[in-house]
Design a protein around this ligand. Structure first.
Ligand code: MN
Length: 229
């Protein structure tokens, strides 16, 4: 097979305890999945059905990366999220079988150009400009599911320049990990390599040039990025 130019290298994420990497196929993100965040965004904190948006696979960013401050925004926001890495194909996956499809878990940051997202919402346009830009999906190393206990009650938090900005527990998810997988798999055939950013708790806010952002979930490898000019 000859291409007219070299295809991009497969985007991938580190896996703890091995040199082998997790090849990323798609990035799905859940909107408004913590009640207090739904409220702070002016939404409904009740169990409205989960909704999804996507980012390109090559938006993933390794921990330790210095990211050029994103273009075209005056209101870049951090959203710390638990990331579920899919390791087994499935469609119409029952809630009870959902975890069988999980390869592992990571901490991610759904970087958001909130000003562009807000304009899109107001005009009923797609969210891509606000959400799916270059390097918008920092993702820490994935821990295999077999090595992680009690993820559903783990603490999740984010600091900016070592100051606490977001703090919650995975137990606060409106739609659980299993439910998110079940609902998403009704509309898409999930495949190995898919990542699911499961939503962010309250406390989202602006980032500035020079900021050092660190996201954590108890038991997982933190994600750590800096913003530069
Ligand atoms: Mn998000």
């Amino acid at each position: 097979m000859a291409y007219v130019f070299d295809p991009i290298e497969t985007p991938s994420v580190a896996v703890t305890g091995t040199d082998q990497r997790f090849p990323v196929r798609r990035i799905f993100c859940v909107g408004r999945n913590y009640a207090e965040h739904a409220l702070e965004m002016g939404g409904d904190p009740d169990r409205e059905p989960p909704f999804f948006f996507t980012k390109p696979a090559d938006a993933v960013v390794e921990s330790g990366t210095t990211i050029p401050f994103p273009k075209s925004t005056n209101d870049l926001h951090h959203e710390v999220e638990l990331v579920v890495a899919i390791g087994k194909e499935g469609e119409n996956i029952p809630v009870k079988k959902a975890l069988d499809h999980v390869f592992g878990y990571a901490v991610g940051i759904d970087l958001t150009r909130r000003d562009l997202q807000k304009q899109a919402k107001e005009k009923g346009r797609p969210w891509d400009s606000g959400k799916a830009f270059d390097q918008s999906a920092p993702c820490g190393a994935i821990s295999p599911r077999s090595e992680i206990e009690n993820i559903s009650t783990a603490k999740i938090w984010l600091t900016v320049n070592e100051e606490s900005r977001q703090s919650a527990t995975i137990a606060d998810l409106i739609w659980s990990i299993e439910e998110v997988i079940a609902v998403l798999s009704e509309a898409f055939i999930l495949k190995p390599g898919d990542l699911i950013y499961t939503g962010t708790p309250a406390g989202v806010g602006p980032l500035f040039l020079g900021d050092h952002v660190t996201g954590h979930v108890d038991g997982l490898t933190p994600i750590d990025v800096k913003l530069t000019s």
